[in-house]
Design a protein. Structure first.
Length: 188
């Protein structure tokens, strides 16, 4: 299986790229979430912000234990390869495509699939139908070939036709590096 050579960052075009709802703390995150009234992101559960903060801490802890060296507290989110479904999250979607080779291996982590889904499947016994052994784990760039080799690359088609893969829309990448983000933000 060929691993995608690019990471894709989807965002609300009018707000600009590389914004993380948790970047400025709990109060600001709640304020931002309360203002989202359209698109997929407007349908988040009431406890989403608490879940997001908790999850980012878990991901960061696992990443550091595996040798990751984040230079920021919260990550920027990408998909490994293109994911047209991610555009539905936004009213006016924008996308930035960055070669995977531009990232430092010790500042990028991955979850299979989306981190919220992966950890919910791991944590919730009632979701065992969809659980895979890779859920609730963080992976390094050096582990991606084996991960995709074992589970395949999630696709929108597969998620629509296979019940066991219905939530597997993409592999999520978490970028923990301001330097590469600032470089691409200036190009946007």
């Amino acid at each position: 299986m060929t691993i995608p050579k690019f990471l894709f960052h989807y965002y609300e075009f009018d707000n600009g790229p590389f914004r993380n709802i948790t970047e400025y703390g709990l109060e600001e995150a709640e304020s931002v979430q309360s203002q989202i009234s359209e698109g997929f992101n407007s349908k988040r559960p009431k406890n989403y912000i608490d879940l997001r903060f908790s999850l980012e801490n878990r991901i960061k802890e696992q990443f550091i234990l595996k040798g990751g060296k984040p230079n920021r507290n919260d990550p920027f989110y990408f998909t490994l390869g293109e994911c047209n479904w991610a555009k539905s999250w936004y009213v006016n979607p924008g996308v930035i495509k960055i070669p995977l080779t531009d990232f430092k291996p010790d500042q990028i982590s991955f979850t299979y699939p989306d981190s919220m889904i992966s950890f919910q499947f791991y944590d919730e016994p009632k979701l065992a139908t969809y659980r895979k052994n890779c859920n609730g784990q963080v992976f390094l760039l050096s582990e991606i070939n084996n991960l995709i080799g074992e589970y395949g690359l999630p696709t929108e088609e597969k998620s629509q036709t296979q019940e066991s893969s219905k939530y597997d829309k993409y592999v999520e990448a978490q970028v923990w590096d301001d330097e590469i983000i600032n470089e691409y933000k200036n190009k946007a």
